[in-house]
Write a protein that binds this ligand. Structure first.
Ligand code: MOS
Length: 736
């Protein structure tokens, strides 16, 4: 049976608090942890498949133009080489935030340097790689490629409806204090540890794909569409995913190519992207140019708020990095102007990467807010507290639960924040300038449709099944906790099975919606199971308590296996977000505090302390949630100081397509990070009173670091990442 819930209004029942098991929120370990750390959890490329061939992608070496010929014969005579596939299905450049789209089929046209154009298949990986290197491809290159997204040469269009309210120019000219500043951020790569990888098998009628993906049921649709198959001919398995960060939302090129090859050759084919290919042919985060205009009165109350941004993407791609997302609702200011422009460039597809929108939007907004606080001479915490609006400033709808003020106050106290004297260059330790900075965190709360099946087995244990994925986020853990809480079971007695498209379609992992959405489907299924157990006992569901494998009502206490009498019961929960989405402005909030040291001679910045206090609705697992936030803050450090995909502006090729040259923070770059959660229930967030958490930790984090750098040495870097060269040019005399 399927039980559906469409969330049209807040669910204030707070059912999870009323349950007896007491496992929700507990920092339980991951059930998948031991298999992962001992190397026994199979990732997509690791399945042992009899007779499997190896495929290696070939990518374009021009920036714009077309492929005129591919000399397949030249490699087909090489040892072990079986075939070269180079038709239009080889590319999947459109796989981005809008999962469900078919890959754009135009491989003969090259839109960016590094675009997949062929797959070479051989008996061994080494043979395939060598042949892929040797494959001669001829192109007709066009010379009008646009490679400079920040310049004015790119064709530009408006993306979405701008928010224009009141008169910002007037507010700016009348303001006691105003800042008008423009920041830039550069391209980021999602950089998952596990490269994109697939093994395709075709049995004559059905395709089985082991792959590393975030959104399995959408990926089935995409793959079926690309291959002209029926959806029920496609079976995708993605039980373990070594990080996705957006780049595995859509089906990617190696999965489509391996499938084409497996179908045509009648043999299994494995294709794994080389590390360089993970950088050059999956989605990137757009670089951004963002102008912030903030107008405030003498008390720091915002009267005007402007955020205008330019982002970029390939011609014809719809995705525009939504950098204004949090600016729409976070702060007051009745005269508003928010506008997003999309420039067309010939760089690889821009799409969702680690908190699309707020990651770089909040980073810049929070830096600009610090500039305003400095201009006023006000504690930046106080400036934010004074500008928390009563209602959504342009939609005039209420907020759902919002703990921004609590996070700011709690975070300041835990950190030992001194907001009284914010003049820069006050502290020097040897050759290091020391400074502190803070920022708010905000990320919209998203929900996505989800189904999950929960089986209460005859032995009193339970099985949760959904095609939902766990991309390192803790999904296995929290879904087990939700079912355990609702059914009165130790989560050890709940087996969670994920990432198999034959299971009911879950929400997938994206937009921080995974736990709240698929968790709500599990919750619904469990509600239905509880009703069935109550019926079996002849009591009302409200009078049923489930704990430690026993069903308790009145004076009777029955072990679940006895109650079930040798049979199992099963329910599917189907969760959908409804009118609630338009009725409230729902988001997760927080506050970052950090201390940095800037080398007075070299401009090197070290983050010395960092803490975050967050309000995410109900915390489903303190440990996995804190880990998500910590990871987000590490991304923040990267975004602030080091992460930048560098393109050669002559031909658009990637200069740093690997983990040696693309600088993700490593252990020695990351200080101890403190994460605190504010107790919160958000009845409009989900039936669990939980909201998202996955991406919140990055949203603003780099702004706190930017502000701390200014506080340390008096240099305001408006160009991220704040590499030493940018600081060096403006640092005060180290001997002065
Ligand atoms: Mo996320 S960047 O929506 O996977």
């Amino acid at each position: 049976m399927t039980r559906s819930l469409t969330m049209d209004k807040p669910d204030a029942r707070n059912r999870l608090d009323a349950m007896a098991q007491g496992v929700i929120g507990k920092p339980l370990d991951r059930p998948d942890g031991p298999a992962k750390v001992t190397g026994t959890a199979p990732y997509a490329a690791e399945y042992q498949v009899e007779g499997c061939l190896e495929g290696v992608l070939v990518t374009a070496t021009i920036t714009k133009g077309e492929v005129t010929s591919i000399d397949e014969a030249s490699v087909l005579s090489m040892p072990g080489v079986i075939a070269v596939f180079s038709d239009e299905r080889m590319t999947a450049r459109s796989a981005q935030g809008g999962a469900g789209e078919a890959p754009v089929q135009q491989v003969r046209q090259v839109a960016y340097w590094g675009q997949p154009i062929a797959l070479v298949v051989a008996e061994t990986f080494e043979q395939a790689r060598e042949a892929a290197k040797q494959l001669r491809v001829e192109y007709r290159a066009q010379s009008d490629a646009v490679l400079e997204p920040h310049s004015s040469h790119a064709p530009v269009e408006t993306s979405g409806e701008p928010t224009i309210q009141g008169d910002l120019e007037h507010a700016m000219s009348e303001a006691a204090f105003a800042v008008d500043v423009t920041y830039t951020t550069e391209c980021h790569n999602s950089a998952p540890m596990e490269p994109h990888a697939s093994i395709a098998q075709w049995d004559g009628t059905k395709l089985t794909l082991h792959s590393s993906l975030q959104m399995v049921n959408y990926n089935v649709k995409e793959l079926a569409d690309a291959l002209k198959l029926e959806e029920d001919q496609v079976h995708i398995l993605s039980p373990y995913v070594g990080g996705g960060f957006g780049s595995k939302l859509g089906i990617s090129a190696e999965g489509v190519a391996a499938s084409v090859a497996a179908i045509e050759l009648g043999r299994p084919v494995r294709a794994v992207m080389l590390r360089q290919q993970v950088f050059q042919c999956v989605m990137r985060r757009s670089e951004t140019t963002q102008r912030l205009r903030l107008a405030a009165d003498g008390e720091g109350r915002l009267s005007g708020f402007g955020h205008e941004a330019r982002v970029s993407n390939l011609p014809e791609e719809e995705f525009a990095e939504p950098v204004l997302q949090a600016s729409e609702f976070l702060y007051a200011g009745q005269n508003r102007r928010l506008k997003l422009e999309l420039a067309r460039v010939n760089l690889m597809t821009a799409g969702s990467v680690r908190a699309p929108g707020e990651a770089v939007g909040m980073q810049v907004l929070e830096s600009a807010m610090d500039e305003l606080a400095n201009a006023i001479g006000m504690d930046p915490v106080e400036l934010r507290l004074r500008n928390i609006p009563e209602r959504h400033p342009s939609k005039d709808i209420p907020y759902s639960s919002r703990k921004l003020a609590e996070c700011l106050q709690d975070g300041a106290q835990r950190f030992g924040w001194n907001g009284a004297d914010r003049a820069p260059c006050r502290t020097r330790e040897g050759e290091w300038w020391i400074g502190t900075g803070m920022a708010s965190a905000a990320r919209v709360h998203n929900l996505n449709e989800a189904q999950a099946r929960v089986t209460l087995c005859a032995d009193g244990t339970a099985i949760v099944a959904s095609d939902m994925t766990d991309i390192g986020t803790g999904t296995y853990t929290v879904l087990g906790q939700i079912a355990g809480e609702m059914l009165g079971l130790d989560p050890k007695d709940v087996l969670v099975r994920l990432g198999d498209s034959s299971f009911p379609p879950g929400a997938g992992s994206g937009g921080s919606w995974g736990a709240a959405s698929t968790g709500s489907a599990v919750f619904e299924a469990c509600e239905a199971l509880r009703e069935r157990l109550a019926q079996m006992l002849g009591c009302a569901e409200e009078d049923l308590s489930l704990k430690d494998g026993f069903a308790i009502t009145g004076n009777t206490r029955t072990a679940l296996p006895d109650l079930l009498g040798g049979s199992e019961i099963e329910e599917v929960g189907h969760f959908k977000s409804g009118e609630i989405e338009d009725a409230f402005s729902a988001a997760m909030y927080g506050a970052f505090f950090t201390e940095v040291a800037v080398n007075a001679w070299t401009g090197e910045t070290r983050v010395r302390r960092m803490s975050g206090t967050f309000g995410i609705g109900r915390v489903l697992n303190e440990k996995t949630a804190a880990s998500q936030c910590m990871g987000g803050m590490v991304w923040g450090i990267g975004s602030a100081l080091s992460e930048e995909v560098v393109f050669d502006r002559r031909d658009g090729h990637l200069v740093n397509p690997d983990l040696a040259e693309y600088h993700i923070p490593v252990s020695l770059d990351v200080p101890h990070i403190d994460v605190t959660f504010i107790e919160e229930r958000d009845p409009a967030g989900s039936p669990l009173q939980a909201k998202g958490v996955g991406e919140l930790g990055i949203c603003g984090a780099a702004g706190a670091i930017c502000n701390a750098v200014y506080n340390a040495c008096g240099v305001r870097v408006r160009s991220f990442p704040m590499t030493p060269d940018k600081l060096l040019a403006e640092l005060p005399d180290p001997l002065g």
